[in-house]
Write a protein that binds this ligand. Structure first.
Ligand SMILES: Cc1cc2nc3c(=O)[nH]c(=O)nc-3n(C[C@H](O)[C@H](O)[C@H](O)COP(=O)(O)OP(=O)(O)OC[C@H]3O[C@@H](n4cnc5c(N)ncnc54)[C@H](O)[C@@H]3O)c2cc1C
Length: 383
């Protein structure tokens, strides 16, 4: 991804690369094995500015354009897909607050958004409302100058200690998509319960929790956007979030490709390195081409997003292709490693598991295809 950037942007990506490979890789391996959180690395990531990558400088952010942001996530994902998703979600929530938060929320919260203790999380999914978040039944009712929230959320990244959650909730009745609101909730209060979801296949170093709200309160001006805009805001956030997951996918695929090349050079069979066999070369070549194509789709989505026009389909294309590509490349990486790739001593075994979720969260592959087809079918222009 770095090759797509301007010269003055590269040092930051190189710093991310060095930090990720030196400080995150082994930690991520240990956290995967023990199923413990990698959020212990957040203070260091915050110190490097990675918790406020996209915020303007007036809020202490690095004000990265989207492609630079994607390139940094790519580097972090290379070493730790779990860190990449954690930061992708946190930065996505920061953007939501910036664009749709009240003046008070912005002035009080955003200057400290880059600090580890202000970690943010995004809670739209429920047990019965996944691909269709508008079917959620978490309720927000007004009580004087506060919202009172009751209900549950499922599969929430950074659920363990994050103090700030943006929560999608109904203000009218279940199944009324026009009554949905997005509300910023401070989790440090009674009635906010978090339960860890254990036993994930991959990204085991990331925190995944179910959340339960019993009369949880938030000030009225913690509403993001207008009442009834909740679903729209969720989708706007996910457009940006999907670029982050696409970058997570290319980071995973790059790591797989590098592992493949290195192993193919040193593993000898039939008296020669397996890299000499055309079958192996083709797996490496196909992976390199697909990875390059995914990076270009990300660059395209970023360019569309910078124009400030709609980039929903472009982000969906990048996320769909990059996540499916990561699955194929990870599969080939295991194949090139033979039996060695099938045990958890081997990094590619973990990358294979880590890659899988990119096709599921922030909209499954089926939902991305639906978004892309819908835009084409609704378009009046013939191409
Ligand atoms: C590790 C992890 C972390 C996550 N982090 C978060 C988070 O931080 N915040 C958050 O809010 N959510 C989070 N999620 C939830 C994630 O976004 C959902 O799992 C995802 O949107 C799919 O929802 P679901 O699991 O309920 O599957 P379902 O929606 O039940 O889908 C099941 C299957 O049906 C298919 N399907 C559903 N509808 C259609 C359709 N219309 N057309 C065709 N096929 C369809 C799906 O593609 C899928 O194959 C996370 C999930 C995981 C696994």
């Amino acid at each position: 991804m770095i090759d797509l950037l301007n010269d003055d942007e590269r040092p930051l990506v190189e710093a991310a690369r060095a930090f990720a490979r030196e400080q995150l890789l082994d930690l991520d391996r240990r956290c995967d094995r023990d199923e413990t959180s990698i959020c212990t690395a957040l203070p260091q990531l915050a110190q490097m500015g990675f918790m406020s990558l996209r915020l303007p400088e007036e809020y202490g952010g690095l004000n990265c354009r989207r492609l630079l942001y994607a390139a940094i996530l790519h580097e972090l994902a290379y070493a730790s897909p779990s860190v990449a998703v954690t930061l992708s979600v946190h930065n996505m929530v920061g953007q939501l607050l910036l664009r749709f938060g009240s003046e008070r929320v912005k002035s009080e919260l955003l200057p400290g958004w880059g600090r580890a203790e202000n970690h943010g999380s995004f809670a739209i999914t429920e047990a019965d409302a996944g691909s269709d978040p508008g079917a959620g039944s978490t309720m927000a009712t007004r009580d004087g100058d506060e919202w009172v929230i009751n209900g549950s959320k499922m599969w929430i990244t950074s659920g363990r200690e994050a103090p700030w959650f943006v929560v999608l909730a109904q203000t009218r009745r279940v199944d009324d998509k026009d009554g949905m609101c997005m509300i910023l909730v401070d989790a440090r209060q009674d009635g906010f319960e978090r339960l860890e979801i254990k036993g994930k296949m991959g990204i085991r170093a990331s925190e995944t929790f179910s959340l339960h709200f019993t009369d949880v309160r938030a000030p009225l001006d913690h509403l993001l956007g207008a009442e009834g805009d909740g679903l729209k805001l969720s989708l706007v956030a996910l457009d940006g979030g999907r670029i982050g997951i696409a970058a997570q996918s290319t980071g995973i695929a790059q790591a797989c490709l590098d592992e493949m090349i290195s192993y193919a050079r040193q593993r000898v069979q039939f008296g020669q390195p397996i890299a000499k066999f055309q079958a192996i070369q083709w797996m490496i070549a196909d992976s390199a081409v697909e990875l390059a194509a995914a990076k270009l789709l990300i660059a395209r989505a970023c360019a569309e997003a910078e124009k400030d026009a709609g980039f929903t389909a472009a982000a969906a294309k990048a996320k769909l292709y990059a996540s499916e590509m990561a699955g194929r490349v990870a599969d080939r990486a295991v194949q090139v490693h033979g039996g060695t790739g099938y045990v958890n001593d081997s990094r590619v075994e973990q990358l294979y598991r880590d890659a899988r979720v990119t096709r599921i969260y922030e909209g499954t592959s089926e939902i991305q295809r639906l978004v892309i087809a819908r835009e084409l079918l609704n378009s009046k222009e013939k191409s």
